[in-house]
Design a protein around this ligand. Structure first.
Ligand SMILES: Nc1ncnc2c1ncn2[C@@H]1O[C@H](CO)[C@@H](NC(=O)[C@@H](N)CO)[C@H]1O
Length: 147
């Protein structure tokens, strides 16, 4: 999995069109979303992650908690983003991983939103610009090589 973590004044999105034949079903309310004072986490779930999705979820939680504590963010925006890797996991696996990450972050006490999966979305982001405001992380299941 590749993650781009942006500590932001806000992130807002608006669903525009389907990017998959069968995108995640969403309610009218989910077509737009915004969080203020948020750690936005753009995530590409990768093919290699399919060997152990559950482990990838837990490794992602560790990394996100680490950055959130460093930047003192208690809100997280989980954002599916298929542009950080050229070896993407299948959509059904990717969605399950991102849904589980959302669930686990809520269990850890964060306020969490997850942008809808399988759509083209307009978004606006205001990066805070401090030294830890823009970070990336790459995680793979144990025993796998980082490509
Ligand atoms: N392996 C994967 N990891 C993360 N997201 C993935 C994915 N496979 C599919 N998606 C989702 O489907 C849209 C089309 O690829 C993706 N849409 C996007 O990435 C938007 N920024 C529009 O380009 C995303 O929602």
């Amino acid at each position: 999995m590749r993650m781009l973590l942006i500590h932001s004044d806000y992130l807002e999105y608006e669903v525009k069109d389907k990017a998959l034949k069968n995108p995640e079903p969403i309610s009218e309310e989910q077509k737009k979303g915004r969080l203020d004072e948020v750690l936005a986490v753009f995530m590409s779930v990768e093919k290699v992650d399919e060997t152990n999705p559950d482990e990838i979820v837990e490794k992602a939680i560790v990394e996100i908690k680490d950055v959130a504590s460093q930047v003192k963010a208690d809100r997280i925006f989980v954002y599916p983003f298929a542009h950080l890797s050229s070896e993407l996991a299948k959509p059904d696996v990717a969605l399950r991983v991102l849904q589980k990450i959302e669930e686990r972050l809520k269990e850890e006490g964060f306020e969490v939103k997850r942008a809808p999966f399988g759509y083209y979305k307009a978004f606006r982001l205001s990066c805070k610009g401090h030294p830890l405001a823009e970070l990336s992380r790459t995680i793979v299941p144990s025993g796998e090589a980082v490509s």
